[in-house]
Ligand binder design. Structure first.
Ligand SMILES: NC(=O)c1ccc[n+]([C@@H]2O[C@H](COP(=O)([O-])OP(=O)(O)OC[C@H]3O[C@@H](n4cnc5c(N)ncnc54)[C@H](O)[C@@H]3O)[C@@H](O)[C@H]2O)c1
Ligand SMILES: [Zn+2]
Length: 360
């Protein structure tokens, strides 16, 4: 078991990574003293797999529990669902002291975190990530959001959870596609910060995808530590440090939205990382052999190499909403080697177009 502390402006919170971590949640919550009324936000399928037992363990420790379900899929990260949840919480929250439990993947984490941030100007919440992607990325760092039709994550808040409970044994019920999806973010960490992690994934992706519990636990812990380090240095993304976590996301988010979420987040990010690597080579920052290594690893997972059914102008239009862009000036996270990136602005439209053409 490891307990990794994320230090932020309003204090610090633990990310507990361990097999069986979720069994201890009610006991841990007693220590945190957040209240006795748990509102679990989840999907029906995750409730059946893990929510029922979590509810029982809360009840057995004297908590009341309200379970609120939303449908699976990115479409639930919407203003409609956020407001519906808030109405349901308000109806339940009479003479109570509630805290929210986000039990699920990144969609649940972002949505439930956003609801926690805005209901009564903020109520406490904890993250219990159940997808690979959520365990290594979205559950950590307090970025909460919903989508608009103009783009992903355009409404949101920085709002940190009080604790994150990460139990890699729940990953055994993920589909192969969902495991591959999470792998994109793990590869991203290798590219932006840790060449040895990149090598570890190259050497071990097969057993990891086959759910080798020891290797998976090691990968989750290593990724969590990188995310914690980056976030603690730049909690609200004001210093240009946290921005590096967006490697591959400028084009990735645009592909996700343009494809109406045909591509899962990690799949779109994989395509975006290919474009970012290409752009890095075109700018003369990255040597072509490193680009080849990045592309080969993405292909081996396998994650997509070509984009289907989306036209380039759609991607270019949606990219304008990228939060990294300032005014009409673009900004991209580009690699200088495997393990190191930098933020680069004012790249010519010509080069961007050339880089995007590499995934067609
Ligand atoms: N806040 C952040 O910092 C951040 C970072 C990265 C991604 N994100 C967001 O995360 C979202 C993507 O997250 P995701 O890939 O986890 O998608 P997701 O939440 O839709 O989960 C993928 C699927 O896996 C299922 N699932 C989850 N855990 C399971 C389990 N243990 N067993 C069986 N099925 C399970 C879900 O029900 C869902 O159908 C995107 O909206 C993205 O924008 C946010
Ligand atoms: Zn991401």
């Amino acid at each position: 078991m490891s307990e990794i502390l994320l230090k932020c402006k309003d204090g610090a919170y633990p990310i507990i990574v361990a097999k069986g971590a979720k069994q201890d949640i009610p006991t841990y919550m007693n220590q945190l003293g957040l209240g006795k009324d748990a509102v679990i936000i989840t999907h029906p399928v995750i409730y059946r797999l893990y929510g029922k037992s979590l509810s029982h363990s809360f009840v057995s420790k004297g908590y009341s529990v309200k379970v609120l379900n939303v449908p699976e899929g990115e479409k639930s990260k919407s203003a409609d669902f956020a407001l519906k949840l808030i109405e349901q919480i308000a109806a339940y929250d009479v003479k109570r002291k509630i805290f929210i439990v986000a039990l699920g993947g990144g969609v649940i984490g972002d949505l439930a975190g956003f609801v926690a941030a805005i209901y009564k100007r903020g109520v406490p919440y904890i993250q219990v990530p159940t997808s690979f992607l959520a365990q290594i990325d979205s559950s950590i760092g307090g970025k909460t959001a919903i989508d608009l039709k103009h783009g992903k994550n355009l409404v949101g808040a920085f709002y940190q959870p009080r604790a994150v409970f990460t139990d890699p044994s729940v990953l055994s019920t993920l589909t192969k596609r969902q495991m591959q999806n999470g792998m994109a973010e793990a590869i991203k960490y290798g590219i932006i910060k840790d060449a040895t992690l990149f090598r570890y994934i190259e050497d071990n992706y097969k057993p990891i995808l086959a759910n080798d519990s020891r290797k998976l636990l090691e990968l989750v812990e290593r990724c969590v530590k990188i995310k914690v380090k980056v976030v603690s240095e730049d909690e609200k993304e004001t210093k240009g440090i946290r921005t590096i976590l967006n490697f591959g996301h400028t084009v990735g988010h645009a592909i996700e939205a343009a494809g109406d979420f045909y591509y899962q987040h990690g799949e779109a990010v994989a395509l975006g990382m290919r474009v970012a690597a290409r752009l890095s080579v075109l700018k003369g920052f990255l040597d072509p052999r490193s680009e080849l290594r990045i592309n080969s690893l993405i292909s081996n997972i396998p994650l997509p190499d070509k984009v289907k059914n989306i036209k380039i102008p759609q991607i270019l239009k949606l990219m304008q909403h990228d939060k990294k862009f300032v005014g009409n000036k673009n900004r991209f996270v580009l690699a200088t080697s495997i393990g190191q990136v930098k933020v680069v602005g004012q790249i010519s439209d010509d080069l961007i177009l050339k880089a995007i053409q590499s995934i067609y």
